[in-house]
Design a protein around this ligand. Structure first.
Ligand code: ADP
Ligand code: MG
Length: 327
């Protein structure tokens, strides 16, 4: 199969948008963001055996490669529109490519995203996606706008992907109901695009949680020049996460540690002024993505983690960092 056959067979599909004047097939894509909008661009790479097991299902890899990028657009409050895909493959395996394309285009269709170009090369399995979206000029939700007194909201639940990874690494079998839920959360994250767009109206700042709540919250705090107090007892943990933690012999504090530093959650952390809190919570419920207040921002810098009795909790490692030595 030639490179061109491969592109035609597996990647010339999915939504067609009127604002893509030229898509796949020319030297470059020609795209038309709506008048009065700014372009938001995000890129993320998934490397086999770093970001996903090389044995992972191809549909899951296709889904996740797009999902992690759409999650970045969500955190900016953007509407997703187009994507490009750089695919490096050890060999053109038709079954793998079909699975990958099925996962990628199912999520693309869900959010009306058109694949408008890419590059295909031979080498160790690596998937890079760039997602493009737009936002009314000046309305992007950054990391830098949080203010002291803002409520810290977290969408969905956290820790499931980290628990699934921990169980997989230790070759532990989880109870089937919990295992299904945790594995979906690990391999098929749902980008919170609708919530991010709604949050433009009521949030001061946002970040998506890819490297763990503690690490990503630290980025938001630093960018905004504020601190935060986070109440551990408020961390949203699912029944499946609690069941898995029990099965893995993790106590409450170990579960909190995993939920804060595990990563791969792809939820949104939002800084919301108290007078907009009810509106924010209602929006989360209406969009099927309920949010939980987990703390508040303060003028004093730093992140304080607090148990229910008010005592301080310390996290040895705040999240995953590719360039830090593995423990
Ligand atoms: P060029 O040599 O001009 O860079 P390529 O031969 O790399 O072009 O690609 C031909 C066309 O196919 C281009 O429009 C490119 O954007 C598209 N393309 C290549 N690989 C992919 C891919 N994995 N997914 C989507 N489009 C791709
Ligand atoms: Mg090329």
């Amino acid at each position: 199969m030639s490179e061109f056959d491969l592109i035609r067979r597996y990647f010339s599909r999915g939504p067609r948008r009127p604002d893509a004047a030229i898509g796949i097939g020319d030297d470059g894509a020609v795209l038309r963001p709506p008048a009065g909008c700014e372009l938001v661009v995000a890129m993320d790479t998934l490397v086999a055996d770093v970001h996903f097991p090389a044995t992972a299902r191809a549909t899951d890899v296709g889904h996740k490669a797009l999902a992690v990028n759409l999650s970045d657009l969500a955190a900016m409050g953007a509407e997703a529109a187009w994507a490009t895909l750089a695919l490096t493959l050890p060999r053109p395996d038709p079954a793998w490519l079909e699975g990958f394309a099925a996962g990628f285009f199912a999520l693309a269709a869900e959010h009306g995203v058109q694949l408008v170009g890419g590059d295909t090369t031979r080498g160790p399995l690596t998937v890079t996606v760039q997602a493009h979206g737009f936002i009314p000029a000046g309305r992007a939700l950054g990391r830098a706008g949080a203010r002291p007194g803002d409520v810290l909201l977290l969408s969905g639940t956290v820790g499931e992907a980290a628990l699934a990874l921990a169980a997989w690494r230790e070759r532990r079998i989880l109870p089937p109901a919990a295992a299904g839920c945790l594995e979906r959360r690990w391999h098929r994250p749902s980008p919170r695009l609708a919530l991010g767009r709604a949050a433009r109206d009521w949030a001061h700042a946002a970040i998506d949680v890819s490297d763990g709540v503690a690490a990503d919250l630290a980025h938001l705090l630093e960018a905004s020049g504020v601190g935060a107090r986070l109440e551990l007892a408020r961390l949203p943990l699912s029944a499946a996460a609690r069941a898995a933690a029990a099965e893995l012999g993790l106590g409450q504090e170990a579960l909190w540690r995993l939920a804060l530093s595990g990563g791969d959650d792809y939820e949104l952390l939002l800084a919301v002024p108290p007078k907009r809190l009810e509106e924010a919570l209602a929006a989360g419920r209406a969009l099927g993505c309920p949010c939980t207040p987990i703390g508040a921002l303060s003028a004093a810098p730093g992140l304080q983690l607090q148990r229910k009795d008010g005592t301080a909790f310390s996290l040895a490692s705040p999240g995953y960092d590719h360039f830090r030595e593995r423990q």
